[in-house]
Design a protein around this ligand. Structure first.
Ligand code: ZN
Length: 208
């Protein structure tokens, strides 16, 4: 199910999220409560439907430490014929209770957020991060990299601590954005997936 994405500022986006508990005995049952599995599937669907590189649970209204991401992966030999010149594809990855265990370097990158449609700014991020998490099978996994993957991991994991990328910007920029978004929300405007780069709130569709 595609869920509605909360638009900043929202109190849900500003809260620290809770760890998701794993069932002590999950050999015969799914490792997490079934609602968690359902929410993770919905997050993947919502992220893909909105063309996002990542999504954190608070963005769809849940203060839980869950993140989904699109990660570049090599194509299998059987997929190469159909893919033409492409050698990689983007696959959704689900992370439960992720945390950054290593970071290196510094990069200035242009960033946006599905909760702040049409808003883009430069922010400073680590060049490389390594993250440990549980996957949906309850197993320990590690994911890391540089460039866009590092950026997406830092962005999404910050959401779990109630931080949005705009919190890295000046008070002035934050206040201006707040005015714009509060006004836009009051008019019933929200994100439109077919205009992800809309710079003007008039291009953002009214809530259905
Ligand atoms: Zn975001």
């Amino acid at each position: 199910m595609i869920r509605e994405i909360l638009i900043w500022p929202s109190p849900v986006l500003a809260r620290k999220c809770e760890e998701v508990s794993i069932r002590p005995e999950y050999s015969s049952a799914p490792p997490f409560h079934e609602d968690i599995h359902r929410l993770l599937n919905d997050m993947v669907e919502t992220m893909i439907a909105n063309g996002g590189a990542g999504l954190a649970a608070p963005q769809v209204g849940f203060n839980l430490r869950l993140v989904t991401l699109m990660v570049e992966a090599p194509l299998a030999d059987s997929e190469k014929a159909e893919a033409g010149r492409a050698r990689t594809k983007f696959v959704p990855v689900k992370l439960v209770n992720p945390r950054i265990v290593e970071r290196k370097g510094s990069q200035l990158v242009r960033e946006g957020c599905l909760s702040m449609p049409g808003y883009f700014e430069m922010v400073r991020r680590s060049t490389y991060v390594r993250v440990v998490a549980k996957n949906e099978m309850g197993a320990d996994i590690e994911i890391g990299g540089d460039g866009k993957l590092a950026q997406a991991l830092q962005h999404e994991l910050e959401h779990l601590d109630g931080v949005c990328f705009i919190d890295h910007l000046s008070i002035l920029k934050k206040n201006l954005a707040r005015q714009k978004f509060v006004k836009a929300k009051a008019k019933g405007l929200r994100y439109r997936a077919d205009k992800p780069d809309a710079q003007d709130f008039t291009e953002i569709a009214p809530v259905a």
